[in-house]
Design a protein. Structure first.
Length: 140
């Protein structure tokens, strides 16, 4: 409960809209800004951009794959691993805000996830809208 209170205390109250290919993302927990990062439930963002998601409850680890890319994240861990099968290199990305859980939903940073899977991301500070455009090879 304390974690939820501290996370919500840092979240801005203005409504945030996330769109993928011009279609608004609807999620069980609304998008929110935490530490200047837009956060959204993992399945709401991963599945909308064409990624497959696996959740390992015991370890609180998220795996997402799209095409030849694999993302690994863990609750309360600010390091995200990105691996592209074609070069076997694992890239470690430090997140400003690590994934966390709210109301049973795993919340992840939208830009880090989308860009790591080859999407372009634009932020409109006037309307508090995140616009994500997927790549043409989403069907991989």
């Amino acid at each position: 409960i304390i974690t939820l209170i501290s996370v919500n205390a840092h979240a801005e109250t203005k409504e945030v809209t996330v769109k993928v290919n011009d279609i608004k993302v609807v999620s069980p927990v609304p998008a929110q800004i935490v530490n200047d990062r837009t956060m959204l439930p993992m399945r709401s963002i991963f599945e909308r951009i064409g990624a497959n998601v696996t959740w390992m409850e015991a370890e609180k680890i998220i795996f997402a794959t799209k095409g030849s890319s694999l993302i690994t994240m863990q609750i309360d861990n600010n390091i995200m691993s990105v691996q592209h099968i074609e070069n076997d290199e694992v890239i470690k990305i430090e997140l400003d805000t690590p994934p966390f859980i709210v109301d049973g939903s795993t919340i992840v940073p939208v830009r880090a996830v989308a860009e790591s899977l080859g999407c372009s991301v634009e932020w409109d500070p006037q309307t508090y809208t995140v616009d994500i455009t997927t790549t043409s090879n989403d069907g991989e």
